[in-house]
Write a protein that binds this ligand. Sequence first.
Ligand SMILES: Nc1ncnc2c1ncn2[C@@H]1O[C@H](COP(=O)(O)OP(=O)(O)OP(=O)(O)O)[C@@H](O)[C@H]1O
Ligand SMILES: [Mg+2]
Length: 225
Amino acid sequence: MEILKVENLIKTYGENDNITKALDNITFSAQDGEFIAIIGASGSGKSTLLHILGGIDKPSSGKIIVNGQDISNLSDRELAVYRRRTASLVFQFYNLIPILNVKENITLPIRLDNKKVDDRKLEELVKILGLTDKQNKLPNQLSGGEQQRVAIGRALMCETKILLADEPTGNLDSKNSIEIVKLIKEYNEKYNQTIILVTHDIEVAKQAGRIITLQDGKIVRDEVQ
Ligand SMILES: Nc1ncnc2c1ncn2[C@@H]1O[C@H](COP(=O)(O)OP(=O)(O)OP(=O)(O)O)[C@@H](O)[C@H]1O
Ligand SMILES: [Mg+2]
């Protein structure tokens, strides 16, 4: 089943002489359960694409159909629901809530959605992420890599149809990066979650089934491995 369809997506920033075309006519689709890595030079549009797919930025033009729903014209309220239920985003810079501890950050989207937290799943996830000893700590008491793992846990806990991750291993060494990506992959297989992961690390990208390369806001390569 096709979970995502992007058609002629354009995103520009600024106006007139000062215009930047961050995304320049992007078209691609993804099947349910696919694991796609997006690579490309700094400034090629990777984060912009992910933010639009994640419903935190709006396209200038083009269509984005996710799970049968066109998200390009949703209201802010509808987008908030979309982010909790359909597509979760792990940011390049974690975006953890500073006054909430590890467990509270991981379970926040579930609690915001008035759903019951599955304590066994939470415990298992915290353990796999290597955060058992830190589960009651606040973000500012954690290292960059630990904060990054909390952000990944928060996205995995939700079991949304799509997981969007922007450099989720950018702060980890290569051994830990591969481990975290394997964990994400495990979830991808177990829950048939579709994953779109931005990375600079080619070893991380190789874990994916498909690699899309962006250059100057355009798809210049799209390869199934
Ligand atoms: N809010 C903004 N206002 C103006 N220009 C922006 C804005 N956000 C991004 N851009 C521009 O859009 C282009 C794409 O940026 P984007 O952040 O998507 O790149 P990226 O591929 O994620 O880069 P990196 O690997 O450095 O994270 C860049 O030229 C950038 O300067
Ligand atoms: Mg980026």
